[in-house]
Design a protein around this ligand. Structure first.
Ligand code: BG6
Length: 499
């Protein structure tokens, strides 16, 4: 595909996101020769740096993450694209200076502005960019990339949306959810819609329930300021995990075009049964990590983390049960959970099928047939597995679980980072993996009653030891006695179900 040259402008270029994700991703696109010829990257930061200093910083950022180490020839080519400009976000004159710089001949007039900055600055930056005509598309396209969180709740998301629509058309806005850039997440669509044998099974007639898990071993690190105001429900469930749910549950889109895909995702979100405030406790659970052991090392409790207020009841674990009230899914529970400082870092989708309708083997050694599962490992293990029951060799009628493995990646295929995919899409103008505002809005509608209830219940929060699978009490979310959290992708793993 022919892609025109552009100028990629990064607000907050000296910050953490740029360091760990954006600059390494752009460099890896350079390695693959995917950045259009003539494109430039303008880094904006508050520090008084010159180009030399920025190049040495950029080099350090990239060297830390470059796959196979930094390639000097590629970096030399890449650094010709790099420029630095000092900007104080609060000073409007600085935007005029930036506009003057960008009007210089060598900066292509197609421009993407990446807002790797605090959410409270989003609307002001957009307003100032518009004042200096940097959002007008007279001489080339202009795109704005907005990181999550898009709002703090439904109301603030709508306010932010109202503010930005004064200056931007929806086609110019790229709301990023980096989960959608992950290879296995995209593979959910391929797996579902390219394998015809799955479709007849993919519904309430065969599926007992679906689980979506994102667990992390890491704590909140130095992000207390952000995290303590956010919590796990906003940070992960409202955004990434609900997005995964839409991909698992959606109807086949008319095409893979951005709007068709997003229409189907929105239909799922709209079909989710609202949780009335009085039912919040039956549908959601929150908890916070206490101290514990991870990988053999003692780790602090959330309350002991730097800059966390002593009385904080912010949740570092959140789980919820949802029902998608449509023809396909009516009655099938979707269980979502996420947590920091858990036993293992893992993201996965686990689909549990119903029991076979008859126990044919009643009079044999087979006590109870296990259910079939489809397991989609997103990270760190990328896999698709189908668990089946088979007979054990031997004279007796005994069974075991065998797993059909549709490996996603061959050994010689390297893993790319989600941001590489997404930044390339911004350059190409493909919005299918970015969120439309109605997706964000409906996602907030789903979690808002939970957040509002938790916000007033400030006396107590359950804790779980760091290094565990979270609080045992989350069992109460399950509809049936025989449902349990699936912790491992391995059928023989003892951990499954023992929180
Ligand atoms: C971010 C959250 O959006 O996603 C973090 O703010 C979380 O708290 C991260 O750790 C998880 O993403 P990944 O790609 O590291 O699994």
């Amino acid at each position: 595909m022919f892609t025109e040259a552009c100028t990629f402008v990064i607000f907050g270029a000296t910050g953490n996101l740029s360091r760990v994700k954006l600059m390494p991703a752009l460099y890896h696109l350079e390695v693959e020769n995917l950045i259009p010829d003539g494109s430039k990257i303008l880094a904006l930061g508050r520090r008084d740096w010159d180009r030399e200093k920025w190049l040495s910083e950029a080099r350090e950022m990239i060297a830390e993450k470059a796959r196979g180490g930094l390639n000097e020839i590629v970096f030399a080519r890449f650094s010709e694209r790099l420029f630095y400009h000092k900007v104080d976000l609060d000073i409007e004159q600085n935007y005029a200076d930036m506009a003057a710089l960008l009007s210089e001949q060598h900066f292509p007039k197609n421009m993407a502005f990446y807002l790797a900055i605090a959410p409270e600055d989003f609307s002001r930056v957009i307003r100032y960019l518009s004042h200096v005509a940097l959002l007008s598309e007279e001489t080339g396209w202009r795109r704005i990339v907005i990181e999550k969180p898009f709002g703090y709740d439904l109301e603030s998301a709508q306010v932010l949306q109202n503010q930005i629509t004064k200056y931007l058309k929806e086609e110019q806005v790229y709301r990023i959810d980096h989960y959608l850039g992950k290879g296995t997440v995209q593979n959910v669509l391929v797996f579902r819609f390219s394998n015809v044998m799955l479709e007849p099974l993919w519904n309430r007639n065969y599926i007992d329930h679906i689980q979506i898990t994102h667990s992390e071993e890491l704590g909140i690190g130095s992000r207390a300021q952000y995290y303590d105001n956010s919590g796990a429900m906003r940070d992960m469930l409202q955004s990434h995990l609900l997005q995964l749910l839409t991909l698992v549950a959606m109807e086949p889109p008319v095409s893979m075009e951005a709007e068709s895909l997003r229409d189907e995702k929105v239909k799922v979100l709209k079909s989710i049964r609202p949780i009335p405030k009085k039912a919040v406790h039956a549908h959601a659970f929150r908890a916070q990590y206490s101290n514990g052991i991870i990988n053999g090392k003692p780790v602090k409790s959330y309350l002991q983390e730097e800059n966390v207020p002593a009385e904080s009841i912010t949740e570092t674990y959140a789980a919820m049960k949802l029902y998608v009230d449509n023809w396909r899914w009516r009655g099938v529970p979707f269980y979502l959970r996420t947590g920091k400082r858990m036993a293992k870092a893992q993201s996965s989708i686990s689909i549990c099928f119903r029991h076979p309708p008859l126990q044919f083997f009643r009079d044999t050694h087979m006590k109870c047939l296990t259910q079939n599962w489809i397991l989609l490992g997103i990270q760190p293990e990328e896999c698709i597995r189908i668990e089946m029951t088979v007979k054990e060799p031997g004279l007796e009628m005994r069974t075991r679980t065998s797993s059909l493995d549709a490996s996603f990646r061959n050994e010689n295929e390297s893993q790319t980072d989600a941001y590489e995919d997404l930044l390339l899409d911004v350059i190409k103008g493909d919005r299918s993996l970015f969120l439309r505002f109605d997706e964000v809005e409906y996602a907030w509608r789903i979690v808002d009653p939970i957040l509002q209830t938790w916000a007033v219940e400030r006396d107590f929060i359950t804790t779980y030891p760091a290094g565990s699978w979270g609080p045992k009490e989350t069992r109460r979310l399950f509809d049936k006695e025989n449902q349990f959290w699936r912790h491992s992708l391995d059928p023989e793993c003892e951990g499954n179900g023992n929180e």
